[in-house]
Design a protein around this ligand. Structure first.
Ligand code: TXA
Ligand code: MG
Length: 325
């Protein structure tokens, strides 16, 4: 079902709650990226998320709750390392995979035994969740496979007409999706790099294992190789060399601190001062802006492979899985 709405955008938590209570989807802010939210306990609301996003139903959704206290309603158990992480980092850019209770519809988890849960660190999102009697299933508010939205106008551009309301919470301060963590046996495991660094997680629970790109597991496309991608081809590596190799292309560059001596149509510098937090905040904006500008080809350099730099490089790699014609 895909209804046609005249989408309004505003700061009305009550208005957003109203639409959600009536079974509609709403664009919501979080600290990571904007979400496309619906009542997680109502399959007929959740199914609209998949149709609006054009998302396959084998890709499960994250369930957002107002706080730790709510989690026990939805999960059978809460392994202690994961509980410690929740105590440290919620509200925040951390999603935990926990054994689900049957109250969570199978559609939300794509039939998997675990449900992905997080408490977002955004005042409006928390006010909204506090007010509702149900949790919110919300994937990033972009068409499946495209760059995630980090500003309300991105949501309007992509989902305008498809949702009745977008809750405007300003630009996202983290800018990368949450880090997804669960247990494999006794081992704390990171399944998706994101807005909470592996170093921060390891400071609380010790060494973790990282298990990305589960190509054996089609139930997790966000972890698949090609995702978060602009429409235009993106090449990664040494920027001057890549520019030299494509003399007839109009090129847009995404650089970390700026590249000296290049002549391109457009360069988007992620953080002049070399701050990975600022770079993460601006990455999706950069890709989106260059994708929408008059260039044929996007070229980007890797960032340092530490802290949020690892998650940024992960997103760049997934965005770059395309060939240049
Ligand atoms: O920061 C975020 O996580 C944002 C905001 C809106 O909260 N949400 C987000 O959702 O990035 P989405 O749907 O774009 O990515 C969620 C990822 C997907 O790759 C999905 O496969 C994985 O989480 N996931 C969700 N539930 C899962 C489950 N039960 N088991 C394994 N993976 C799961
Ligand atoms: Mg997504």
């Amino acid at each position: 079902m895909e209804s046609v709405f005249s989408t309004s955008i505003g700061k009305g938590v009550g208005e957003a709650a109203d639409w959600l209570e009536r079974g509609f989807c709403v664009g919501i802010p979080t600290e990571t990226v904007y979400g496309l939210a619906a009542n997680a306990l109502d399959p007929s609301a959740v199914v609209q998320i998949f149709s609006i996003k054009n998302r396959p139903t084998f890709d499960p959704l994250i369930v957002h709750v107002a706080g730790m206290e709510a989690v026990d309603n939805y999960v059978e158990s809460f392994p202690s390392p994961l509980r410690r992480l929740a105590e440290h980092f919620w509200p925040g850019p951390l999603t935990l995979l926990l054994p689900k209770k049957t109250i969570i519809p199978d559609l939300v988890t794509s039939g998997l035994d675990r449900v992905a849960i997080r408490v977002p660190n955004h005042a409006l999102a928390l006010q909204l969740l506090d007010r509702l009697s149900f949790p919110l299933a919300a994937p990033s508010a972009n068409p499946f496979g495209y760059i995630s939205p980090t500003r309300p106008d991105h949501v309007l551009q992509q989902l305008g007409g498809k949702v009745p309301y977008i809750l405007d919470g300003g630009p996202c301060v983290v800018g990368l999706e949450s880090t997804i963590v669960g247990m494999e046996g006794n081992q704390v495991t990171v399944y998706r790099l994101g807005g909470l660094s592996v170093e921060a997680i390891e400071a609380v629970v010790g060494l973790v294992q990282i298990q990305l790109n589960q190509s054996s597991n089609p139930a997790a496309p966000g972890m698949l190789k090609s995702h978060y991608a602009p429409r235009k081809p993106l090449l990664l590596g040494d920027v001057p060399a890549l520019i030299a190799a494509h003399p007839n292309k109009r090129i847009g560059v995404v650089s970390y601190r700026g590249v000296q001596g290049i002549d391109v149509v457009k360069e988007f510098v992620l953080s002049q001062s070399g701050d990975l937090v600022e770079a993460a905040q601006r990455l999706f904006l950069a890709l989106r802006e260059l994708d929408n500008s008059e260039v044929d080809l996007l070229v980007a350099e890797y960032l340092p492979e530490v802290g949020l730099g690892r998650a940024i490089n992960d997103r760049l790699r997934r965005a770059a899985v395309q060939t240049v014609k």
